[in-house]
Design a protein around this ligand. Structure first.
Ligand code: SOE
Length: 370
């Protein structure tokens, strides 16, 4: 299957490298203008550029559309791709409003189109091993789910990006961009679903960039939550934590033991019990899950990283598009779930109280605004 990439930023580059490593052809790239498409395509070594996203979506040379453009453009492009019968890989957040996220998930289901959203941290061997161990009961029922997702690329008032602008990025920034990764990952490894939450939003810098434009989106979210299987949790999400580059950490404390994972050191995980604590290395004989063994390409001590996880995602997603039944693929349904949690976070912050996620799910026609 031949890929077409829309966008020319950091994520377009990550997708292009992953596609090549997974052995897939890139038919071309489109961006916001023909000129930008040409320069991004040439920077990424992609031979063909399209004059517009619409031209790429309609091209008979493209089988899978990868949407890596600003968030507000996701929904119209994804709907056009679905209408054209193309499979779609859409960056998160799936859409800037919950109504659009719901329309996309419904359109894909109605048209029988297979989709994927790069919740890519699911594709570390260590994450799959923790998931398998929790499923087989190694730590009993998870009781406490806690952690953080901290970045610092917006830690100064001079730093800015299209994500900061609600018109391009959507009403939530830090949570919709990275908080949803944490929730997806913790729900993925535990099998629990967040049912209620209470969140507080902070905007650290009211103005950003050279033009000191007013910022309408949050830098920080502190969230407490409960799950359908009786666990309690908390997470700190921040894009202004100096020194923390892409530090997604979680701890799962169960009845008889615990697991902890740090995305910046994904080749090992920690497991603890009353008697003994251990560091388990990816690729070691301690990795017993079939999926973890499949994703660990190298022996211990030979690190794999973010880009390898992305390649594994691309590889599995294309098998899924080809009709294979592949476990663990994040689809538009997971993108919609992320939009629902984001919506609940914004509502909770607005009312300064707890929000039942089912209520948020029921009000699907509302935009993601507080
Ligand atoms: C920027 O915050 C970003 O690139 C996110 O958009 C990605 O999803 C995350 O994996 C790394 O940080």
């Amino acid at each position: 299957m031949r890929a077409g990439i829309i966008g020319g930023g950091f994520m377009a580059a990550v997708h292009s490298r992953a596609l090549r490593a997974a052995g897939h052809e890139i038919a071309g790239l489109a961006s916001s203008s023909a000129e930008r498409a040409q320069s991004s395509a040439s920077a990424l070594g992609i031979a063909r550029s399209f004059n517009s996203p619409a031209a790429l979506v309609e091209s008979t040379d493209v089988d899978v559309v990868h949407i890596c453009s600003p968030n507000a453009t996701h929904a119209p492009i994804a709907l056009a791709a679905i209408a054209a019968g193309k499979h779609v890989v859409c960056e998160k957040p799936l859409a800037a409003t919950i109504a659009d996220a719901r329309s996309l998930a419904a359109a894909a289901a109605n048209e029988g189109i297979r989709t994927a959203v790069p919740f890519v941290y699911r594709f570390y061997a260590t994450v799959r091993e923790i998931r398998a161990r929790i499923a087989r009961g190694d730590i009993g029922e998870p009781m406490l789910l806690h952690g953080a997702y901290l970045q610092d690329w917006l830690a100064t008032p001079s730093a800015t990006n299209w994500r900061v602008d609600a018109n391009e990025g959507g009403s939530s920034r830090a949570f919709a961009d990275i908080g949803v990764h944490w929730c997806d990952l913790v729900e993925f490894v535990t099998g629990h679903r967040i049912t209620r939450l209470s969140a507080k939003l902070v905007t650290a810098f009211g103005r950003r960039g050279e033009s000191a434009s007013t910022v309408g989106t949050e830098d920080v979210v502190t969230m407490m939550f409960e799950t359908d299987r009786g666990a309690s949790g908390s997470v700190m999400v921040s894009q202004v934590s100096s020194g923390r580059k892409n530090r997604l950490t979680f701890s799962i404390d169960g009845e008889t033991g615990a697991f902890a994972f740090n995305q910046e050191e994904p080749n090992t995980f920690w497991t603890g019990s009353l008697d003994e604590n251990r560091i388990v290395a990816s690729g070691s004989s301690a990795m017993t899950s079939g999926d973890a063994r499949r994703l660990a390409l190298l022996p211990p001590g030979h690190p794999q990283g973010y880009q390898d996880a992305f390649t594994a995602f691309a590889s599995d997603a294309y098998r899924h598009f080809a009709g294979e039944e592949v476990g663990g693929i994040p689809t538009f349904d997971d993108g919609l779930r992320a939009a629902q949690i984001t919506d609940a976070v914004l509502r909770s912050s607005a009312i300064e109280g707890w929000v039942d996620l089912n209520e948020a799910t029921l009000s699907l026609t509302d935009p993601i605004t507080a």
